[in-house]
Design a protein around this ligand. Sequence first.
Ligand SMILES: NC(=O)c1ccc[n+]([C@@H]2O[C@H](COP(=O)([O-])OP(=O)(O)OC[C@H]3O[C@@H](n4cnc5c(N)ncnc54)[C@H](O)[C@@H]3O)[C@@H](O)[C@H]2O)c1
Ligand SMILES: [Zn+2]
Length: 697
Amino acid sequence: MTPKSPSPARRIDELRRQIEDANYRYHVLDDPDIPDIEYDRLMRELEALEAAHPELASPDSPTQRVGDAPSGKFAEVRHTVPMLSLANAFTPEEIHEFVARIGKETGDFEPVFSAEPKLDGLAISLRYENGAFVRGATRGDGATGEDVTANLRTIKAIPLRLRGTAPAVLEVRGEVYMPRAAFEKYNAWAREHGEKTLANPRNGAAGSLRQLDPRITAQRPLAFFAYSLGEVEGPPLPPTHSQTLALLREFGLPVSPQVTTARGAEGLLAYFAKIGSVRDELPYDIDGVVYKLDRYDQQRAMGFVSRAPRWAIAHKFPAQEEATTVESIEVSVGRTGAVTPFAVFTPTHVGGVTVVKATLHNADQVARLDVRKGDMVIIRRAGDVIPEVVRVIPERRPTDAKGNPLHPPFVMPTHCPACGSAVEREEGEVVARCTGGLYCPAQRVQALFHFASRRAMDIEGLGEQFIAALVEFDYVHTVADLYGLTLDDFLEMKRRADEQSGATPATVKSGKVATRWAENLIAAIDASRSTTLERLLYALGIRDVGESTAKTLAKHFGALAPIMAADVDTLKTVPDIGPIVASRIAHFFAEPHNREVIAALRANGVHWKEGAPQRASEGPLSGQTVVLTGGLASMSRDEAGDRLEALGAKVSGSVSKKTSFVVAGEAAGSKLAKAQELGIEIWDEERLLAFLAGHAS
Ligand SMILES: NC(=O)c1ccc[n+]([C@@H]2O[C@H](COP(=O)([O-])OP(=O)(O)OC[C@H]3O[C@@H](n4cnc5c(N)ncnc54)[C@H](O)[C@@H]3O)[C@@H](O)[C@H]2O)c1
Ligand SMILES: [Zn+2]
């Protein structure tokens, strides 16, 4: 037996209930649970069914009404001129039909339209009496809205007083919206502070404006554009809509700079294409454009249907939100070892591209969304912003026969998917990281680049591009492999890199030049074999172990073995090493993969002098912490540091309250500024030289 589709009456009933429900969530709760595109589909299906079965039409069908009744949270405001919705169009054919309809009824087949962006916010009505803003209301169900005057007063784009001589009564209609930058900023803040993120800018605007406490509205930067009028009492208005908008501008009301006029269907479609091409760059979200007959006499001739004017239409862009299914949740490892979860979707079209995955940022965000494998989710991709999971649709979570969720909550892997090293997440940190810094293929380029850098192993000529090529062509897996490279390896690699970049024979270095270049590199690598413990420690790229910490460690322990053996408690006793850095060092050396690489470095001839532990030297500067900044004329900064250390000082890389004094040379920048701000003593070069001379041994 084949399943029967429901009777039209049953389906109409079902659709009306679903749409009523969605309207309530969207307009009253500001908490929609289906994407707009899904809502639009339901609405179109209902419209089509009602058209095909006129006997089933009903005056209280959602196709006949606007929005939803006010929530009761605010005082009610009656709109003497109703606030309506707009008919929708998605295709050029529908636009041609719209213009043809107007031609048939007005005789003007090439009418002029006002062409406007369709801001995705919420409609409001502002009432000005003798130029003063007296009341503002939401659209509500079109006849009755909510009094949100106090909240509207916090929006800077809304003038509290009109410029020039305003009519006795002027009701201005327009859209309150949340600029995209404000939306992104708010969500970044919310993610960081564990607060609920806003689903989209429209939701952000509606939710912020309908706050009972205007102080909350004031904290969320909203903006406003005017686009039409309600009740007016005063001198007669100009004969066209575009002239009215110009007048509103003169009154000091903001009108979108994208508003213009266009003639005939072709003019409208050209405008649609033009706005579509700049949509991503606009500072606000739009979900389409609106075309309005410009001449008021023509508008009157067209009139209204129940919920929308017949003289205007909204031409919608591809949706920026869609529903899709999470096929799996996986993690990726970045160049710095950050382990980031992401969702893999059933491929879905959103905002004009096919989206197959989206980052979930971190474990906290996954927990907050409670997104699981198998879930139906709403995803959003606005502009060139990367796709995001907005929310899970809980009703669509797959369950077993007993109604329990089929899939457990996501847990972060304990081991790196790229290298198998332990993944650690420090207290107070949102990001989890792979601890196999020296070994992890995901971190290879970064690790090698840092290792070779001037202040680390100082391998001259080994720039980032070559490192990327070495990794790409699989010549090196770890930093230790650098010391096994041969002349032939370099020449071969260079040939392959040139081949890949499509270099013509003329631009490829001739054999002799290439050989000299490779010989120089081999010599630089060879020279770096002889190094110091502090350089090596810095070169290993342990998180937060900079040059100054490396130096402290080298001095304090004198040799590598005791550092590798030290536990967190031992490391914490080293001056200036706090618990976080101590645990990073301990984790790094506890990772067997890292220990293997260090053994391989030694086996490849990398060596350094080791000595007895040397605790801070005694001298006139014992117990003092000094920061050097800017350039000195008489010696290098390193040399100055060494000489101060010989007198017992501890040289640090950053200024804090603990800094005893700062030596500021030529062109000193932010460190000097910070020292001044903290009121720390500042020495110039002259004073430094005098001090050193006075304490020369
Ligand atoms: N996801 C859901 O559950 C859900 C529920 C209800 C409604 N919706 C969405 O809301 C929309 C329907 O609501 P609607 O009735 O407000 O229709 P609409 O948003 O499609 O069009 C009317 C609105 O457009 C706005 N607008 C923006 N720029 C304008 C301009 N230049 N001139 C005139 N108006 C302009 C006004 O706010 C006006 O009220 C659809 O996009 C629908 O998908 C979604
Ligand atoms: Zn790893």
